[in-house]
Design a protein. Structure first.
Length: 240
């Protein structure tokens, strides 16, 4: 599994350099930036201290939607749960969730918002799940590079090299493929118009283990086959 750390429109180049240093010390190498070139600023390199290669190899995306389309699992950081979502997890819980994905997730990304206002509601809606640190005081947030360091420490060891299990043949069994399958399938099942069934499904989807994801793919395949058979039977039925 490849685990990327994504900074959305950071404002301070020193934070970008310090984030790169934090990733390097914890064994991570994927730093992605959204709509930013701060990794090229001298101030970023001043604080990188031996992690200039991470800044040099940083991937740049125009927006978070482009990141969403490039990963199987997208995790957003938020100081607290938003809009009645039940999928807010502390970092230790997040580690367990990621570790259980196995080959079903080729690439996961952890997203950090802007220093002054975090992630927008629309950006949070793109995320499969949300995560945050419980605070001992009511102070609203951590410094960006501090947050990256804490998560990198908690998740250290999950930046694994590709294995036989993650070969391309396993693509159809991945979490991202299951999400796309359900986005097509749920409307065909006449899900309630209020969207509560879809919300329930997609909030719990990222929590599935690799084995569960395989079972869910099998279940979707069986439902799809039944729907095709039903449709074919309706088309072939004689007029009465």
């Amino acid at each position: 599994m490849q685990l990327a750390f994504v900074l959305v429109e950071p404002k301070v180049p020193e934070n970008v350099g310090a984030a790169a240093r934090a990733l390097c010390t914890m064994g991570f190498g994927e730093l992605w930036l959204v709509n930013s070139d701060l990794h090229t600023r001298p101030e970023a390199h001043w604080l990188a201290h031996g992690s200039d290669h991470i800044l040099g190899n940083a991937r740049i995306f125009p927006d978070l939607t482009a990141v969403r389309n490039s990963v199987d699992l997208l995790m957003g950081t938020s100081a607290k749960p938003r809009h009645h979502r039940q999928d807010w997890h502390q970092p230790a819980q997040l580690r367990e969730i990621i570790a259980g994905k196995g080959a079903s997730v080729a690439t996961a990304a952890l997203v950090f918002g802007r220093e002054d206002r975090g992630l927008s509601n629309d950006e949070l809606a793109l995320c499969d799940l949300l995560t945050g640190f419980p605070m001992a005081v009511s102070y609203p947030s951590l410094n960006l590079s501090q947050a990256v360091m804490l998560y990198a420490w908690e998740l250290s060891g999950l930046a694994l090299a590709p294995t036989e299990q993650s070969r391309p043949e396993a693509t159809d069994a991945r979490l991202g493929a299951l999400r796309q399958r359900l986005e097509t399938l749920l409307p065909e099942l006449d899900a309630p118009s209020d969207g509560k069934l879809s919300q329930w499904v997609f909030e719990r989807l990222p929590l599935l283990t690799e084995r569960d994801i395989g079972f869910a793919h099998t279940l979707c395949g069986n439902i799809e086959r039944k729907l095709r058979e039903s449709s074919s039977s309706d088309q072939q039925a004689p007029f009465r």
